[in-house]
Design a protein around this ligand. Structure first.
Ligand code: ATP
Length: 208
């Protein structure tokens, strides 16, 4: 396995890059997807969330209703802290397990982690970290115009994240998504070549 950590702010373009890398042959482990999987009905995490926040966070089918959960935690630092404490360890564990299942395989694995921090690099043993970066006003515009998100909500979400500077500090390579979609497609093509080179260099080092 060659492990690539992929991050970027909301609306930066990381899903677009991740999908293109999958087309090139990478295997994707998406933290957002894992975060959904660990709160499926019947999971201990969903049980703990209901205990903490009440059954109003469930929809009529007993599934987690993300909008209700967001409503009870938004702007409440204590509630947000409990939510993170109840979910983050399970997400981390599930990511580690999915990594372990692929570790012996001859593959490039892309770990898409929106809220990437220094400790994730160590926990998941990334060989390289790639950050998709884009000016905040452009991310906002894309979220509103392309994805139809409410402008106030989009702005609030962007403001709640770590800064672009903090995020790009963790990167071995930054993809500048300030151009059009074709420019991002081209950048991802060179990224794939670069990943191949990094992988060969690592394998050479391992062979000594
Ligand atoms: P989130 O954190 O919300 O999942 P993201 O970082 O994964 O966002 P994407 O979903 O890849 O971002 O991109 C956000 C939106 O902007 C998408 O609708 C995507 O098609 C569009 N987009 C991304 N890059 C560009 C670009 N360079 N030009 C135009 N539209 C773009």
């Amino acid at each position: 396995m060659f492990a690539v950590g992929l991050s970027g702010g909301i609306g930066s373009g990381k899903t677009t890059v991740a999908d293109l890398l999958v087309e090139y042959g990478a295997v994707l482990i998406d933290a957002d997807q894992v975060a959904r999987d660990i709160v499926e009905p019947g999971t201990p995490v969903l049980g703990a969330l209901v205990e903490r926040f009440g059954a109003a966070i469930l929809d009529p089918e007993g599934r987690l209703d993300r909008a209700s959960l967001a409503a009870v935690t938004f702007g409440d630092a204590e509630a947000l802290k409990s939510l993170n404490a109840l979910t983050h360890p399970a997400i981390g564990l599930a990511m580690v397990e999915r990594r372990a299942a692929l570790v012996e395989d001859d593959v490039v694995v892309v770990f898409a982690v929106p809220l990437l921090r220094e400790e994730h690099k160590a926990l998941l043993h990334f060989d390289v970290v790639v950050v998709v970066d884009c000016p905040t006003d452009l991310a906002l515009q894309r979220l509103v115009e392309v994805r139809g998100m409410d402008p106030v909500d989009a702005e609030r979400r962007i403001a709640a994240q770590i800064s672009r500077e903090e995020r790009t500090k963790l990167a071995d390579r930054v993809l500048d998504n300030g151009g059009d979609l074709q420019a991002l497609i081209d950048l991802t093509a060179s990224l794939w070549t670069w990943i191949g080179e990094q992988r060969s260099a690592r394998d050479r080092d391992l062979r000594g």
